[in-house]
Design a protein around this ligand. Structure first.
Ligand code: AHR
Length: 330
């Protein structure tokens, strides 16, 4: 009788083991079916970048057949290069690279190419010796963004001959975002005899750095000498405005100090609607769907365009309402 129970127990145990084995095998098989995408971000310096990360994570889900491996480069190009090498060792199917700066990628992109891994450049661009080192670029047209800001300033200061003094807080030097936005301003200053950049420093796209830069400038420059504060992203604009608040300086619509910013995040658009920011040039972080289109097209063996710019516009107070801001995703 005891033997009979032992036999029954063993059979149940074996059966359970078999079921467990079958389950595990199915999971492994499912995992093997997923397309693996390595995603290298330069950091998380801004609300904008967090929105970009979220957009990419939402696009590449397991339900859609993807496994996304996200790496944060902690604001260092060397870390991003290491992350890409890790992706290559892991044998990912695709790499998405948001490059912190434009140059210095040739070697690691050659390694990815040698491993047969297509690389999609996202957000900012790269300058490489050979365009075949990456498959496609999707991101912003930073030159057009800068030109939008300049067209706005030219309209405001048209027919003005008095000096127009500009404080310029730049983004990470060498990034496409900084270069496009800075070049547009520098070119305009060359073209307008009465436009002057009276302060120019790098705020690294962060609120803290921009706040410090603005505080130092305000210790040396009188408020009535300032006409424009040109900030290369919303974090920097927030930092500059915090320092002006501390110094009791008025800025924005109906004052003599214009604030121009890039990104158009919801918090900044609220400030634009309130009249604190005169112009918000949009930088669209919702790039996940564009990347998904590119990679799913490549998966089907079809060709993709080499360059795809995301849709972007700009906002002034009169173009905004609470409803418009509430309807936006970032
Ligand atoms: O590359 C896009 C820029 O990077 C955005 O303007 C900024 O907010 C981000 O950090």
């Amino acid at each position: 009788m005891v033997k009979k129970y032992i036999a029954l127990f063993c059979s149940i145990f074996l059966l359970l083991g078999l079921v467990a084995c079958t389950d595990t095998k199915t999971e492994v098989e499912e995992e093997a079916d997923l397309t693996v995408v390595g995603f290298s971000q330069p950091g998380a310096e801004s609300t904008w970048r967090v929105a970009l990360t979220d957009s990419v994570k939402e696009a590449f889900t397991e339900e859609r057949g993807y496994k996304l491996i996200y790496k944060d480069g902690k604001s260092k190009q060397d870390n991003q290069i290491k992350d890409i090498r890790t992706f290559i060792q892991q044998g990912v199917d695709y790499i998405i690279l948001c490059p912190i700066v434009e140059t210095g990628w040739d070697t690691v992109l050659e390694e990815a190419k040698a491993a047969g891994i297509p690389v999609i450049i996202c957000d900012r661009n790269v300058v490489v010796s050979n365009e075949s080192l990456y498959t496609a670029f999707v991101g912003s047209n930073f030159k057009a963004e800068g030109e939008d800001a300049i067209s706005f300033l030219e309209k405001v200061y048209t027919d003005e001959s008095r000096p127009i003094n500009i404080l310029h807080i730049q983004g990470t030097i060498g990034s496409s975002a900084q270069m496009g936005r800075s070049e547009a301003l520098e070119k305009a200053v060359e073209e307008h005899d009465n436009w002057n950049i009276i302060g120019q420093e790098c705020g690294e796209f962060t609120k803290a750095k921009a706040r410090e830069i603005m505080k130092n400038w305000l210790a040396e420059i009188a408020a009535d000498e300032i006409n424009v504060v040109y900030c290369e992203n919303d974090e920097e604009a927030m930092g500059a405005m915090a320092s002006m608040n501390e110094a009791g300086i008025e800025y924005g619509v109906d004052t003599d100090i214009m604030v121009v910013s890039f990104d158009a995040t919801s918090a900044a658009l609220e400030m634009c609607l309130n009249g604190q920011i005169n112009l918000e040039v949009e930088c669209n972080p919702l790039q996940g769907p564009y990347l998904y289109n590119i990679i799913s097209t490549l998966e089907k063996g079809n060709a993709v365009p080499k360059i795809a710019y995301v849709d972007e516009g700009y906002f002034t107070k009169d173009m905004l309402s609470k409803d418009i801001i509430a309807g936006r995703k970032y």
